[in-house]
Design a protein around this ligand. Structure first.
Ligand code: C2E
Ligand code: MG
Ligand code: MG
Length: 629
């Protein structure tokens, strides 16, 4: 405890002018002055009696620059601690330079808020200092008081006007202009105060991180106008299902966050998440056209038991990521496992970057056969990560992370470089190489160097098919990608759409891209032996492809039944474990090119001799490179 006598000396002995004001609880710019020290009276000319009960505007001289006045109001309104150097008038009108500093204080018992303002007189600054005559002492006491009252009233009016301007400036700086919701900046200020409230009173809250699925395709297909309208609809929908105690913000292009205080019932949280997901499933119409854009939601909680409640948004983001990975159009609740997974993901990211540097990726090859003859038509190159300690890693374990850190382009480049080297090597040995299908990511298609690498690869480009995921052309189609596809077609490369059926591509989009090949995803093909609906679906995909003059490849052929059904439906080519799993180049060579053993000059000759005699064993071998897809 500081003894009162010591505390009292602040008033007499401190050289800095100090004035204390009690603020209005909901507007920091409104205050009533309650105390000042001697130095304050010396600098400003106002005694303790004169300032007692006065509004803070008494501290703003008539000649204070407007921008400084505005800044002070804005900072006070936001309860920010700040200092400002300015020209101000003393009570007698004399101008002087001062440094004015404001610190917000609060009373932990009553919750009242206060300001302490310190004023330090500065040496005259180099800038122009307007001369103003001190008020002459010939004025009578009554005259001086009248003038002072008048001055204060004028200042009040000026202050109100500036406050209005400041309010509208502050509103603009807080609002997202499109939706009227809080913007990212204001959201962050609010989040800090929600966390402060949690720390002070234990009031926990939930964060809902909402991201629209395929928002980009709405923008691309219906235009930005429609995209904007969708965002406004989402904002209205969120406003409709929340109340004024919730905070709703748009923090990125198609990203929204809702903060809601926890109540006794957890239903309050899960119901909101359910509702958002459900409402977003409904199609929205724009100028007579209908579009759908579901939303995924990640939910996390900040509670008083948490060590770092600041983590809440990162946690909600992880939950959102999980919801997306589970198939979008759903919500996920953050769990500690997700946190562990995120740490694991960070580790994986840095391993991946190192792996790119050391070119640890290898293409594996899977046969594709002609449906009718069972003859080998080509192979698909599929990446594997040859990890120095963990061994062989499948793409499912690293492609998502590689995509998120932008490493997929590099991986594709490494795979393509390695398979080209192998194919050129085979060709230099006189081996008739099969056609090769290569998966190409959106990032790689958009890479300006890509076409150059393809052109200078040295292999016969008519033997190459680039497989593009349906989602790539749905979500990333832009001029660069379109140009790359046109260039590839001009070079004689075949374009295939991979995993067709998973991304809801429109027929119009198909016509636009004009791929020569459709690959039907194995999630439809595999169950078609037991599920008549899926069988029908595959059959209609085949019909669509045929009507657009495309060749059809069925993926995921695992049994004789699959072979028969796919063949009857009219699929042109088949790929699946029934014919062979993805394998390293040595096995490819041993099993399918040479028939046995490693490549030697004797075998090379034998391979050449055998080339014409190779026979059809659909489930084991692929024979001649024939046909073109
Ligand atoms: P995808 O291009 O559709 O490749 C087919 C996937 O199905 C391969 O999985 C293959 O091993 C698997 N598969 C083929 N037949 C069967 C079957 O009969 N049964 C079952 N259960 N699975 C079968 P993989 O190699 O794990 O690759 C997964 C996905 O990763 C690929 O799907 C492709 O989208 C992506 N990918 C693979 N390699 C690359 C690459 O080099 N670059 C890029 N950008 N993506 C790649
Ligand atoms: Mg593929
Ligand atoms: Mg596929």
């Amino acid at each position: 405890m500081i003894p009162f006598q010591v505390f009292e000396q602040i008033s007499d002995k401190c050289n800095e002018g100090l004035v204390l004001g009690k603020a209005c609880s909901n507007d920091g710019a409104i205050m009533e002055l309650r105390w000042c020290n001697k130095a304050f009276s010396n600098i400003t000319g106002y005694s303790m009696q004169e300032i007692m009960g006065q509004r803070g505007t008494i501290l703003i001289g008539p000649d204070m620059q407007q921008d400084k006045h505005l800044l002070i109001i804005e900072k006070l309104m936001n309860w920010e601690q700040f200092s400002v150097k300015l020209l101000n008038n003393r009570k007698n009108g004399e101008l002087h330079w001062q440094k004015m500093s404001w610190v917000p204080l609060s009373d932990p018992v009553t919750g009242d808020r206060w300001w302490i303002c310190s004023i330090m007189e500065l040496e005259p600054q180099a800038e122009f200092l307007p001369k103003r005559q001190p008020t002459t002492s010939t004025c009578s006491q009554a005259e001086t008081e009248f003038k002072n009252r008048e001055k204060i009233q004028r200042l009040e009016r000026e202050n109100n006007r500036l406050q209005e301007i400041a309010l509208s400036v502050a509103k603009e700086s807080r609002e997202d202009p499109l939706t009227g919701l809080s913007n990212r900046r204001h959201f962050q200020v609010e989040l800090r105060s929600w966390i402060a409230e949690l720390r002070a009173s234990g009031q926990g809250f939930a964060a809902f991180y909402i991201d629209l699925d395929r928002f980009k395709s709405v923008n691309d297909t219906l235009g930005h106008h429609a995209g904007d309208k969708l965002l406004v609809c989402v904002a209205d929908m969120l406003l409709g299902m929340t109340d004024e105690t919730d905070l709703i913000a748009r923090i990125g292009g198609d990203e929204f966050v809702v903060l809601r205080r926890l109540t006794e019932s957890a239903l309050n949280i899960s119901e909101l998440a359910d509702n958002i997901v459900k409402k977003m499933q409904l199609p929205f119409t724009f100028e007579g056209k209908s579009a759908s854009s579901s939303a995924s939601v990640g939910v996390a909680i900040a509670s008083s038991t948490m060590e770092r409640p600041e983590r809440i948004i990162a946690d909600a983001d992880k939950a959102l990521y999980h919801a997306k990975a589970q198939g979008r159009g759903r919500w996920s609740y953050f769990t500690e496992e997700m946190h562990t997974a995120a740490i694991e993901e960070k580790r994986l990211s840095s391993d991946l970057l190192m792996a790119c540097g050391q070119r640890q990726f290898e293409p594996y090859y899977q046969p594709i056969v002609e449906a009718v003859t069972g003859r080998l038509m080509g192979v698909e190159a599929l990446v594997r990560w040859q990890h120095p300690t963990k061994g062989l890693i499948q793409p499912a374990e690293f492609l998502n992370v590689a995509t998120s850190i932008g490493a997929l382009r590099k991986i594709d480049e490494i795979v393509f470089g390695k398979l080209c080297a192998t194919w050129l090597h085979f060709e230099s040995l006189g081996i008739d190489t099969p056609r090769i299908a290569v998966n190409v990511s959106g990032e790689r298609l958009a890479d300006s160097n890509f076409i150059h690498q393809v052109r200078s690869s040295g292999i016969d480009l008519r033997k190459i098919t680039f497989e593009i995921l349906e989602s790539v052309y749905l979500e990333r189609m832009n001029d660069t990608v379109r140009w790359a596809l046109d260039e590839l077609t001009d070079l004689g490369v075949t374009i295939a759409i991979d995993d067709f059926g998973t991304g809801h591509a429109s027929i119009q989009a198909l016509i636009q891209i004009k791929p020569s090949v459709l690959k039907i995803d194995r999630q439809f093909v595999q169950p078609m032996t037991s599920d008549p609906t899926l069988k029908e679906l595959v059959s209609s995909i085949v019909g669509i492809g045929k009507s657009l003059d495309m060749k059809i490849i069925a993926e995921g052929i695992e049994s004789e039944d699959h072979v028969r059904i796919a063949k009857d439906m009219g699929c042109d080519y088949l790929q699946g474990f029934h014919f062979g799993e993805p394998m390293p180049v040595e096995d490819l060579f041993d099993q399918f090119i040479c028939g046995e053993g490693k490549l030697s000059s004797k075998k090379k000759t034998k391979a050449k001799e055998n080339r014409r005699e190779r026979t059809i064993l659909a489930n084991r071998s692929w024979i001649e490179t024939s046909g073109s897809i």
